[in-house]
Design a protein around this ligand. Structure first.
Ligand code: IFM
Length: 448
């Protein structure tokens, strides 16, 4: 495989999934602390209180990155470590933690890719309405400017949001993620305010006037395939695509919302949360876009769960996701279809001719461990997906494997392990899997 010169090789993590130290150094609670404490919300009653204890073991984790030979590390900042109440008082100890981390990364020739929001909204802001209300977008811009101001001398890649689909639809409509809400209008407002927050944050960081800075957003992109070519299934696939992808990509890169949203949601909302001027804020030029790919969705037309259109949640769009027989699956049950990353990349690029350069910012899998951590399935998955990403022929600038470490997999708790490095949660011992050594050798070869 031939990769362009300067292609970035990295791994990704996020704050709540690895840091632990939930109540240390003044960190305030986030919606995930609250949600994880609700009985039944997270498998096995797991929480991020300790996670992979990265807050204490970050230096050891940077050594792992050095051993791995990556030149980029994507991680997220915990908003409530910096602003325990989400706004107002700044907690210097939080900023100091990330400063130590990025300085050490830089000393080792690893470029930090900082994500400002990976789902962990300060609980104090959720108490004031969360992403349902516009004020949270303004607070996000303030927070982003504070972190940028503190670290822009050593960080030049800034991602505003990770997967706003999950923060809005999974969190405010499905209720499977924090804050656990099941809403229609509220979830659609959340999606819009996340995008407004993204745009305002980019504006605020650009206003800091630091040269050489790059700003982007990370989107999960599951291509949707109808199970038949019947008009009903094809229409169902369009609705699914609007909900998951185009609700975000159209305003970000096309300056408009998908017109299908009116037919899909006209009875749920009057879209009064969309204000004049918002699309210009959302759609300002970006320096890169991050694409996360895990699986394709095979969908069929289906009855709505709630018959009354005015009472539906935003994900109740008359679509069923079906399991195709004969498709291999990961330990999460997700279909393994490397062609999906090819089409995710080429679709996005083809739809939006002005798209900035792309990074694959997440791709990975879980499989049950063997005792000797010879995770051959994971190696095959990664190798197949990297080749398929390259085959898209788009302006691809880098690839980040999810994830460096086993970590808190949200509502699944610690059951599913995405790490190139195994974590024994009882002792916090880190043990590289075979995939770690494979990725190290692959990256070394790819660099030539
Ligand atoms: O663990 C998550 C990550 O936080 C966001 N993208 C998908 C990963 C695997 O589910």
């Amino acid at each position: 495989m031939n990769f362009p010169a300067g292609f970035r090789w990295g791994v990704a993590t996020s704050a709540y999934q690895i840091e632990g130290a939930a109540a240390l150094d003044g960190r305030g609670p986030s919606i995930w602390d609250t949600f994880a404490a609700v009985p039944g919300a997270v498998a096995n009653g797991d929480t991020g209180d300790v996670a992979a204890d990265h807050y204490h073991r970050w230096a050891e984790d940077v050594r792992l990155l050095v051993d791995l030979g990556v030149d980029a590390y994507r991680f997220s900042v915990s908003w409530s470590r910096i602003l325990p109440e989400g706004r107002g008082r700044v907690e210097q100890r939080g900023l100091d933690f990330y400063r130590r981390l990025v300085d050490t990364l830089r000393d080792n020739g690893i470029e930090p890719f900082v994500t400002l929001y990976h789902w962990d909204l300060p609980q104090a802001l959720e108490d004031r309405g969360g992403w349902r209300v516009r004020d949270t977008a303004l607070r996000f811009a303030d927070y982003s400017a504070i972190v940028h101001d503190a670290l822009a001398d050593v960080v030049s890649k800034w991602t505003t949001l990770n997967e706003p689909y999950c923060s809005s639809v999974v969190g405010y409509a499905e209720g499977r993620h924090a804050p656990g809400a099941r809403e229609g209008h509220g979830a659609l407002a959340a999606a819009h305010h996340l995008l407004v927050g993204h745009g305002l944050a980019v504006e605020a960081m650009r206003a800091n006037g630091v040269p050489g800075q790059e700003f982007g957003i990370v989107l999960n992109q599951s291509p949707t395939v109808p199970v038949s070519d019947s008009p009903a299934d094809v229409a169902a696939a369009t609705r699914q695509d609007v909900l998951l992808r185009r609700q975000f990509t159209d305003p970000l890169f096309g300056g408009t919302y998908p017109e299908e949203m009116t037919a899909m949601y006209g009875e749920l909302t009057d879209f009064s949360f969309r204000h004049d001027g918002d699309l210009a804020v959302i759609g300002q030029p970006l320096d890169y876009v991050g694409l996360n790919y895990y699986y394709r969705l095979h969908v069929a037309d289906a009855p709505h769960r709630e018959p009354d259109p005015a009472k539906r949640t935003a994900h109740d769009i008359g679509v069923d996701t079906t399991r195709l027989p004969d498709v291999p699956r990961t330990g999460m049950g997700w279909p393994v279809e490397p062609v999906g990353i090819t089409t995710a990349l080429s679709d996005l690029s083809a739809r939006h001719p002005q798209l900035p350069p792309i990074y694959v910012t997440e791709n990975g899998c879980v499989y049950p461990d063997t005792e000797d951590l010879q995770d051959t399935d994971r190696i095959a998955f990664l190798e197949g997906h990297i080749a398929a990403a390259l085959a898209a022929g788009v302006d691809l600038r880098g690839y980040f494997c999810w994830s460096l470490l086993d970590n808190f997999e949200w509502a699944h708790g610690y059951k599913h392990r995405f790490g190139l490095v195994h974590v024994d949660y009882a002792t916090q011992q880190r043990t590289p899997r075979a995939s770690f050594h494979w990725y190290r050798d692959f990256v070394a070869r790819a660099r030539g």
